[in-house]
Design a protein around this ligand. Structure first.
Ligand code: FES
Length: 158
């Protein structure tokens, strides 16, 4: 069993608030992601059992969304938006800068297991492009100076 009792209880509580139990799938995936840090097949099965929905519907929802990593990542998952508004305002150069700063390529994790860097489709914050999401938080109107400060603060917190 990967999910702890608290996560399962919270998933069941959330699912019970909807007229259709399957509406509880996304909240359940979010709860699982917050507990474990990534999702996998075993977790889909545990969610299906916990909220009494078909496994395939949990797996379909989980694999549709890039916001749920499917394998372990570093402590901080950096997701840089590479869609149109962010691309026009320098997302590519931001990714290159992060690659340089972290000493990794996109898709990789730093040796100290602190940072994983990926780029993703629109995160719905186009008006504050370029932007990135780190774990559950948004960082917007990014500049290289802001990125330096963010990384410094995260390192200090780790
Ligand atoms: S294009 Fe980057 S948040 Fe929408």
């Amino acid at each position: 069993m990967i999910l702890n009792k608290e996560s399962v209880a919270l998933m069941q509580k959330k699912a019970s608030q909807y007229p259709r139990r399957k509406s509880g799938i996304l909240p359940a995936l979010t709860i699982a992601y917050r507990q474990v840090g990534h999702l996998n097949d075993q977790i889909y099965r545990e969610i299906a059992k916990a909220i009494n929905v078909p496994y395939v519907e949990v797996a379909e929802a989980a694999t549709f969304y890039t916001m749920f990593p499917k394998q372990p990542t570093g402590k901080y998952l950096i997701q840089v938006c590479h869609n149109i508004s962010c691309a026009l305002l320098g997302a590519d150069s931001l990714v290159e800068y992060l690659e340089q700063k972290l000493g990794i390529k996109k898709g990789e994790t730093t040796k100290d297991n602190l940072f994983t860097l990926i780029s993703v489709e629109c995160l719905g914050s186009c008006a504050t492009a370029p932007m990135m999401q780190i774990n559950m938080d948004y960082y917007e109107n990014l500049t290289r100076a802001k990125v330096d400060k963010i990384l410094e603060e995260l390192r200090a917190k780790a």
